[in-house]
Design a protein around this ligand. Structure first.
Ligand code: ASP
Length: 305
């Protein structure tokens, strides 16, 4: 049984915790597919979605997840709130606590912000992406999509290509996938590989072929221009040619390999349009997995309260 107040990262999530979330998410995903979108597990609860950074998928899917579970949702966009008047995160948290919010879903450009919030509020806190640190529900939804396809995560070769340095998705996937017994390999320009990631269990590859050879999962990550001070590579065109995945590169992977991308995708940069729209691409299915995983996380955290 999940016994946490908050879901902040996968760095300390156990195999049993991840399995419990994925099992329930799988059930919720099937229920949504059958058109069952009105449940009462979070009746009378309030979920506030507090975003200090842009988002389409994560914000809407957290909101949908809370609504499908019967909760009331409140959406705070930092630019339209007292945050724009200089209110600190801790004071915003205190206000939300005073209003008896049960859960706060936070996205913040600063790594560690959700941890600070979680320490100061009674509400359960869910990290929806903090800077370059973690994005646990994204990795969980990726793992759900992989598990549904292959039956198990154990022994899978997952190749992650793209802007790993600035990616919270890469880190959460690395932590979660290693815990579940998968192999994680990475390939990117050296300027986009964070120092020490190999010590955390990632295998760094010297070529695209080495990374993709025999892979079960090919995951592209967006080039995060908003988090780069200086160009990490000469041009997007050169990046695409040397590090992007096209159909020829996909052929190195296993015949049944699937393609994932957390979105938003830079079409033609990390993946070509042919790969994004390929029959082996599960990018659209990831979105529904996202709603289901966020429902599972909210329900299990609520059960633990
Ligand atoms: N949507 C993901 C995130 O928020 C990936 C990305 O933005 O590239 O981290």
């Amino acid at each position: 049984m999940l016994k946490r107040k908050d879901l902040l990262g996968l760095i300390d999530a156990s195999k049993d915790e991840i399995t419990e979330i994925l099992d329930l998410a799988e059930e919720f995903k099937n229920r949504i597919k059958r058109g069952e979108k009105k449940m009462s597990y979070l009746d009378g609860k309030t979920v506030t979605v507090l975003f200090y950074e842009n988002s389409t998928r994560t914000r809407t899917s957290f909101e949908q997840a809370a609504k499908y579970l019967g909760a009331t949702t409140i959406n705070i966009v930092a630019g339209n709130s007292s945050v724009a008047k200089g209110e600190t995160l801790v004071d915003t948290g205190k206000t939300l606590d005073a209003q008896r919010n049960d859960f706060i879903v936070i996205r913040h450009p600063m790594g560690g912000a959700p941890y600070l919030l979680a320490k100061t509020v009674k509400a359960g806190v869910l990290n929806a992406g903090d800077g370059m640190n973690e994005h646990p529900t994204q990795a969980l939804l990726d793992m759900l999509t992989m598990r549904e396809t292959f039956g198990s995560l154990k022994g899978l070769k997952v190749a992650i290509l793209g802007d790993i340095k600035h990616s919270r998705v890469a880190k959460s996937n690395l932590f979660g996938l290693k815990t579940m017994g998968a192999e994680v390999v990475m390939y990117a320009p050296e300027t986009l590989i964070p120092k020490g990631i190999d010590q955390l269990g990632a295998k760094l590859c010297k070529s695209k072929k080495e990374a993709l050879d025999g892979a079960d999962v090919v995951m592209g990550l967006r080039i995060q221009l908003e988090r780069q001070q200086a160009g990490a590579f000469p041009s997007l065109g050169e990046y695409a040619a040397n590090y992007g995945v096209d159909e020829a590169a996909l052929a190195y992977a296993k015949p049944k390999a699937i393609v994932l991308h957390p979105g938003p995708v830079n079409r033609g940069v990390e993946l070509t349009s042919g790969v994004i729209d390929h029959e082996r691409s599960h990018i659209e299915d990831q979105v529904l997995s996202g709603v289901a995983v966020r429902m599972a996380a909210l329900k299990l955290l609520n059960d633990a309260r």
